[in-house]
Write a protein that binds this ligand. Sequence first.
Ligand code: HEC
Ligand code: HEC
Length: 273
Amino acid sequence: MQGLPLTLKAEVRMKRALIALAFLLGLGLAQDGKALYERQCAACHGPTGQGVPGAIPPLAGNPRVQDEAYVVKVVREGLSGPLEVNGTAYNGVMPPMPQVSEGEARAIAQYLAGLGGAPREAAPKPQLAGDPALGRALYLGQKAFQNGGAPCQACHTVAGVGFLGGGSMGKDLTDAAQRLGGEAGLTALLQNPAFPVMRAAYQGKPLTEAEASALAAFLVQVSEEAPRPSSLYLGRFLVAGLVLLGVLLLYQAALWQLRPQSLAERIRKELRR
Ligand code: HEC
Ligand code: HEC
């Protein structure tokens, strides 16, 4: 009867090792895309995938790069001949890179897909009527309002602006320009706020038109330039999680298949002895 506990212990130990392995595998796959890109591609396509206009196409904001199979194919087989990305023509040669495995190419493709759909310089930005730099200073309270109103940051937050993020009484304003009618809509709204708390805060201390328009311009700029780190990270964690789940399910399935013969049979054999 001595063999039984020993085989069971070995099985538990193996199970633990396999789970740890699956975990590391999942993490590794999700993180490697960026590092691999920096090692294999950045020399030509640029550290942020911006490319070299007219010579090497950008990968960030390149719609074709959203297609994982296409990226893998280009990396493995190379590419030459004329192509066009966001209105700029290219006609170069990318050598095939057999040293990059298919799995690595796929990890790079996933990293690149996360770099975003449209590049910043794709469409010329509409001219802003107000001065966004002035708006920023007013928002932060670095410049006082002419009529003495409170700085917006006392109650609001905007992604990536301000040292401590700002107050929590009002909404986050990162995408306010998109929700509230762009620069013109915001300029009108700020001169005559409909929200009771804000109306009270600026009672008798209205914003001037220039101030409202500067703040609106600032918020438009913020909504265009705000980084979206949370969705990027979310995507990466999702991929890592899914890979991990898949590996664990496969392992469980394998274990399930093996279980009836290996464990039960072994116990029966041990008992028969
Ligand atoms: C030696 C420089 C060089 C390296 C290294 C390089 N590329 Fe390229 N890549 C190019 C050039 C040049 C082109 C454009 C080829 C053409 O004009 O047909 C290109 C094109 C591409 C395209 C097609 C873009 C499109 O709009 O269709 C993709 C995708 C791509 N590269 C991905 C990668 C990835 C991923 C890596 C790293 C594994 C990489 N490249 C490494 C030079 C390079
Ligand atoms: C005393 C606190 C306070 C101050 C100061 C303040 N707000 Fe507000 N703000 C609010 C509250 C409360 C609301 C309405 C409720 C909400 O949206 O959270 C609001 C709503 C808004 C909205 C609409 C939000 C949306 O998405 O519906 C905008 C835009 C806005 N504020 C901009 C500003 C700007 C620009 C300033 C600086 C000139 C400012 N606020 C100053 C409290 C404040």
